[in-house]
Design a protein around this ligand. Structure first.
Ligand SMILES: [Zn+2]
Length: 448
């Protein structure tokens, strides 16, 4: 079995060749990243950037390329499908996902590398100090829409492949690089369509800049969105004493949910998430429950007869969605048990949306390999942690059976003005990815 082959250490000579190639070509690598930033790729309008990437894969990297576009009828059948505003408006036409394959002799382990290149809109230009589509560099920072989220991530895949070739190597296992669309609105046109194709690999990396800096992320939270509806009894204010205030009834439920959140913060423990908050200098938790939207009442002179609460709960991979759902139901039931009106008019709880948690063991040989290369290039011991919200790494892990992880350079203002990427970190990530490929897949010299 290929999986069971011993993972060999990379020789100092190989590591040096990779590092030297990155250092000597840093300007060119950064120029090519800038070119990606200069092609707008707002979700729904990714055609131009994808055409550029396909050409780059063909002409510069000599990869075998193909594309696939989401079929609305087929993606709709997937459990993680969500219909987005963008899909309703522009559908999936001219929004291909681009695949580049670097085929090998097949002796080594294979690797899938994918991430999204669509971006959120620029927003109010008045808040931008830099041209969002220029990729201006000031000091160690490149600014622009998509630098951190996530053309910086996909650009690091292209750059790493170029570095491997430039340093004179080719992998012994197959490499599949996929640039996906539609991530910012749920991924129906991108990651969901991807898992319905027949890609296989022994491991997967998803490069993405992070505010927490260098380190491997091996898990992501599951997420549930729920809605609770409560009815009261309408009455004009002048007869207010005979009305039943639906907002007041909902407040009892709101308080019960806040209490449940505190209880969960005490009782639910998942170390990779705790390490994430520790690295981010925030109070430590493994879960969050937020009652987010409350809508009730429609007239100032009327006792409100309806109230609706929408909330979200994020849960770690060591809990099941059923357990979390049961806790929320129990919190509501406790309020109902102490309220006669609610006993006669029980609140209605519905589950609106669900995305699964996923994880890979920190002891998995691929995690250890990646951590080793991150530590080596960073020059210090980096953490292994989890992402306490949903993440695209669930797609390969849950639906393709491929262990996956995220790492990336420091970046910030994701979705905001003056979105930025630390270029020194980015170049380190290019080097890290090149080393991961060579070590995981094995390698031979390019001219052999
Ligand atoms: Zn992103």
């Amino acid at each position: 079995m290929i999986q069971e082959q011993v993972i060999e250490k990379l020789s100092e000579d190989v590591k040096l060749k990779v590092k030297e190639y990155v250092q000597k070509n840093r300007q060119r690598l950064l120029d090519e990243l800038q070119q990606l930033i200069q092609i707008p790729s707002e979700t729904g309008y990714e055609g131009d950037v994808q055409a550029h990437i396909e050409k780059y894969m063909q002409n510069v990297l000599s990869l075998e390329t193909s594309t696939f576009t989401a079929d609305p009828e087929i993606v709709r059948q997937h459990p993680e499908y969500t219909e987005s505003e963008v899909e309703r408006k522009v559908g999936f036409a001219n929004r291909p996902n681009v695949v580049g394959k670097w085929n090998s002799t097949g002796e080594g382990r294979s690797l899938l590398m994918f991430t999204h290149v669509d971006t959120v809109p620029v927003g109010d230009l008045a808040h931008w100090k830099y041209d969002p589509f220029e990729g201006e560099i000031e000091g160690d920072i490149m600014y622009g829409r998509g630098t951190a989220d996530n053309k910086g991530g996909f650009g690091s895949i292209l750059a790493a492949l170029k570095v491997i070739q430039g340093a004179g190597f080719k992998p012994k296992g197959d490499i599949t690089a996929i640039s996906v669309v539609d991530e910012e609105v749920g991924g129906a046109g991108g990651a969901v369509a991807m898992v319905q194709q027949n890609f296989t690999a022994d491991a997967c990396v998803y490069p993405h800049p992070l505010t927490s800096g260098l380190g491997a992320q091996i898990a992501c939270a599951g997420g549930l969105i729920f809605k609770i509806k409560v009815v009261g009894r309408a009455a004009h204010n002048l007869n207010g004493q005979i009305g039943i205030n639906a907002v007041g009834k909902m407040l009892k439920i709101y308080n019960a949910l806040v209490e449940l959140d505190e209880f969960r913060a005490e009782t639910v423990k998942y170390e990779p998430f705790e390490r994430y908050y520790e690295a981010s200098d925030m109070p430590i938790r493994s879960t969050n429950l937020t009652p987010a939207i409350i809508q009730g009442g429609d007239w100032a002179y009327k006792v409100p007869a309806d109230c609706e609460l929408t909330g979200t709960v994020g849960y770690p991979p060591n809990e099941t969605p059923e357990e979390v759902k049961a806790q929320i139901q129990a919190a509501i039931d406790k309020v109902v048990a102490e309220d006669e009106w609610l006993q006669q008019n029980p609140p209605v709880l519905t589950w609106e949306w669900h995305t699964n948690a996923s994880e890979i063991s920190p002891d998995h040989p691929f995690v250890q390999l990646v951590k080793g290369n991150i530590d080596e290039v960073a020059g210090y011991e980096t953490p292994i942690y989890g992402m306490p919200t949903f993440s695209d790494i669930r797609f390969p892990m849950l639906y393709m059976g491929i262990p996956a992880l995220i790492y990336g350079p420091r970046g910030g203002n994701l979705h905001g003005a003056n979105e930025w990427l630390n270029i020194e970190d980015w170049l380190k990530c290019v080097e890290i990815t090149a080393l991961n490929v060579l070590q995981w897949c094995g390698y031979e010299s390019l001219d052999s």
